[in-house]
Design a protein. Structure first.
Length: 471
């Protein structure tokens, strides 16, 4: 990429989240991720160009030095900061504006700093030789996959119903979404094929901002916030059908649709459980079984035919869950430690640097959180380590997985999952090569912790009040 010859016509709108807007190159498998800030501030940016550069460099460092070591290098692409011509960024912002969903337009793209994060485009992977059929990429934002320990929480419900399921009630009560999703992260992270299948089925039915499908780099399935309509499942099936041709042998259309969807989910479950190279061990049981079932999940435990084998230790889900579980105290147990650190920084402002509160996110930062004393010895080092661990866990609760499915021409696969599928029907599942990546690994700011506590309280109160406990 020649930074002095940037042309906005080479780039197109790709997608956006709450904090950044992404454009993709029309030819090369590359994206630019630009910062966003509140529209009210559009006239005077909240930070200088140097600060924006530092922020993006922090994201790169956090991803490459901290998250990559916790999540596994093979899943991570940290990218690099680039400095773009301002004229290019301005033209780009005008070009993409009309493609942005209205509900995201409370924020504007940063056109002042000229800084962006350049990343490989994970929706157009160049695995193996180029095939005629474009790859399918599925983005899942899985959210938190475990229940907090009863030791640290003030409300019993938090040990029974997972955060995501409670949050759903809060979001519907506040009009953010029209309908509740029946996806439960604890089902997805269970490692049990039936529960995972069930979880993905509900992600497809109500994708919200947790599920997207890309075909050949284009988003073909996602949901629109605040909209009454469900996303167009028929159109998704139409796109998927050619990839699952063998399912066309079915008699009527209804059965075919169901078969296509089932096969798609099956392939996705396989990809999520695969180790992505090398065969890892399997953890027999995730902690106590008790912490891996959510009472709000509508999955019927009685339906489980095969016991949970847990997640393979080198699967992408296992690594994400392990990192999420660095939040050992829950926000309620962590908050007093946050206050201790805050007080310490007020008394000794210079300590901010030594304790690496705002980075740098280097090996020393990683070491601080990994060498945390087992017990609270009252030291500020302990408190800081727990705060750092919590922030890393927050990032892992907010990241996305991109699963790339590349149709393989030769019919050569043979794995143990086949035998169980053959019992269900006589057709071979389609052959794909899979790969998984993790994206959106920004560090969460230190001072976002009080907000986390308030949000937690609101969500729990709302759940208890709106009769979330009712069916
Ligand atoms: P969130 O609100 O989830 O925190 P965010 O503002 O931090 O989101 P990202 O999730 O990093 O932004 O990016 C927004 C979207 O852009 C993603 O959901 C994904 O669809 C797309 N995207 C981001 N990075 C890449 C990439 N490297 N390749 C392809 N698509 C990407
Ligand atoms: Zn749940
Ligand atoms: Mg995101
Ligand atoms: Mg993000």
């Amino acid at each position: 990429m020649e930074l002095d010859k940037m042309d906005e016509n080479d780039w197109k709108y790709h997608g956006e989240g709450n904090k950044s807007l992404v454009v993709s190159h029309v030819q090369h498998p590359r994206v630019l991720r630009l910062l966003k800030y509140p529209a009210e501030d559009s006239e005077n940016p909240p930070q200088t160009a140097e600060q924006a550069y530092r922020q993006i460099q922090n994201i790169v460092d956090f991803s490459s030095n901290v998250m990559s070591s916790l999540l596994g290098e093979k899943f991570i692409h940290s990218g690099e900061v680039v400095k773009l011509p301002l004229e290019f960024v301005r033209q780009l912002s005008i070009k993409v504006q009309h493609q942005r969903p209205a509900w995201r337009c409370d924020k504007v793209m940063d056109i002042y700093s000229g800084c962006a994060l350049c990343l490989p485009n994970l929706t157009s992977p160049a695995l193996h030789q180029p095939t005629h059929t474009p790859p399918l990429c599925i983005e899942i934002k899985p959210k938190c996959g475990f229940l907090p320990s009863p030791k640290h929480v003030s409300k019993d419900i938090k040990t029974k119903v997972c955060r995501y399921c409670m949050h759903q009630h809060y979001k519907v009560a506040n009009g953010k979404w029209k309908r509740r999703s029946f996806y439960c992260p604890l089902d997805l992270f269970s490692g049990n094929r039936q529960r995972m299948h069930f979880a993905i089925k509900h992600l497809i039915e109500e994708p919200q901002n947790n599920f997207k499908v890309f075909k050949g780099g284009q988003c073909i399935y996602s949901s629109k916030e605040g909209s009454d309509e469900s996303p167009d499942m028929n159109s998704l099936l139409h796109h998927l059908r050619p990839y699952f041709l063998h399912a066309n042998n079915r008699m009527n259309c209804h059965v075919t649709c169901k078969a296509v969807l089932n096969d798609f989910i099956q392939v996705l479950v396989n990809a999520l459980l695969s180790s992505g190279g090398g065969d890892g061990g399997v953890v027999a049981d995730r902690q106590a079984e008790g912490r891996s079932f959510c009472e709000a999940s509508i999955f019927n435990k009685e339906r489980i035919r095969h016991g949970s084998r847990g997640l393979p230790t080198d699967s992408v889900l296992f690594r994400i869950l392990q990192t999420q579980m660095l939040d050992t105290l829950d926000i309620e147990g962590l908050y007093p430690l946050y206050r201790q650190v805050e007080q310490h920084l007020q008394d000794f402002p210079k300590e901010r640097t030594r304790l690496q509160i705002e980075g740098p996110y280097n090996e020393a930062f990683l070491e601080k959180l990994q060498k945390c004393p087992a017990e609270d010895d009252g030291s500020v080092e302990y408190a800081v380590a727990k705060v750092h661990q919590y922030r890393v866990a927050m990032t892992a609760k907010d990241c996305s997985i991109m699963v790339a499915l590349v149709p393989s021409s030769e019919e050569e696969e043979d794995n143990e999952s086949l035998s169980s599928q053959r019992q269900l029907r006589d057709f071979r599942p389609p052959a794909f090569s899979y790969s998984a990546s993790i994206l959106d690994l920004d560090p969460k700011p230190f001072d976002s912790i009080p907000r986390q506590l308030r949000l937690d309280q609101k969500i729990v109160t709302c759940y208890l009040r709106t009769g979330g406990a009712l069916p």
